[in-house]
Design a protein around this ligand. Structure first.
Ligand code: ADP
Ligand code: ADP
Length: 238
């Protein structure tokens, strides 16, 4: 599903590598939490997976694609199979929940079509299905800036899911949410994962959440792998 081989990323102005000879694989159906302090390389790790982040060395293979060698067109094909959720949600302001969810799958439509809400019955059904799943169908026509943080992230999740992704990635999706809301978001992510055997890889800095929900924890420190295993085997010192 996902294979990192000796992957290093050094930023132009960076002194230490953000990722340092990282090698690991993720198989289909895993629910991985990536743990580490701020600056450990978690965000860089996630961004290499959908080709957002150029590599300094090594290679990353995602769903059989060698990310490093992909031309723009293939990169788009890869990204359509990789759903992504973000710390700050990246929703489109002044648009409704429904319109934001549509952009996940139908982002290629001319913006005016999205704006006017020109969608087929099938597209509407799919968006409804995922808005229902994340609990936001009653708010479908509400503008996203009127939602709470947790609701905004639910929109982000529905938008990622309408793509029908093979992998769901999260870059600190709960870092700006309170603990109870964070737990609810993780419950939802776990549910989506279990219903579809969806491969899920999520950055989190809260050890408690990772231990509660992950089937596997990857620990990063200074861009290096310092832990890789089950949450149960992880000691306080890891
Ligand atoms: P994390 O997500 O664990 O906080 P990051 O992947 O964001 O870690 O960062 C890893 C290291 O790379 C940090 O030292 C950070 O300051 C540095 N870094 C991240 N992005 C950039 C960038 N665009 N340019 C230069 N340095 C960066
Ligand atoms: P967010 O809160 O949205 O996750 P971050 O504060 O982690 O944002 O980073 C914002 C942007 O700044 C990212 O694109 C990241 O790559 C970049 N960045 C992070 N650390 C550095 C750094 N040391 N030098 C330059 N850019 C950085």
């Amino acid at each position: 599903m996902l294979r990192f081989k000796d992957v290093s990323v050094v930023y132009e102005d960076g002194e230490e590598p953000a990722l340092d000879s990282l090698s690991l694989s993720v198989e289909k159906g895993e629910f991985v939490c990536v743990l580490g302090r701020s600056g450990a390389g978690k965000s860089t790790f996630i961004r290499t997976i959908n080709g957002l982040q150029p590599l300094t060395a090594g290679n990353v293979n995602v769903l059989g694609y060698d990310v490093r060698l992909l031309a723009e067109k293939k990169l788009r094909a890869l990204r359509s199979e990789v759903g992504m959720i973000f710390q700050h949600f990246h929703l489109i302001p002044r648009m409704s929940v429904r319109q934001n969810v549509y952009t996940g799958r139908f982002g290629q439509k001319p913006p005016w079509k999205n704006f006017l809400g020109i969608y087929t019955a099938e597209e509407r059904k799919l968006a409804d299905y995922y808005m229902e799943e994340v609990g936001l169908l009653p708010y479908a026509e509400r503008r996203v800036e009127r939602l709470s943080g947790g609701q905004k992230q639910r929109v982000g999740i529905a938008r990622a899911m309408v793509q029908d992704p093979s992998i769901l990635l999260g870059d600190e999706p709960v870092a700006s949410l309170d603990p109870t809301t964070s737990d609810h978001i993780f419950q939802l992510l776990r549910q989506l994962h279990e219903e579809r055997n969806l491969t899920t890889v999520i950055n989190v800095h809260d050890v408690g959440l990772a231990k509660k929900y992950a089937s596997r924890i990857i620990g990063l420190k200074n861009g290096r792998l310092v832990y890789d295993g089950s949450p149960i085997d992880m000691s306080e010192n890891d």
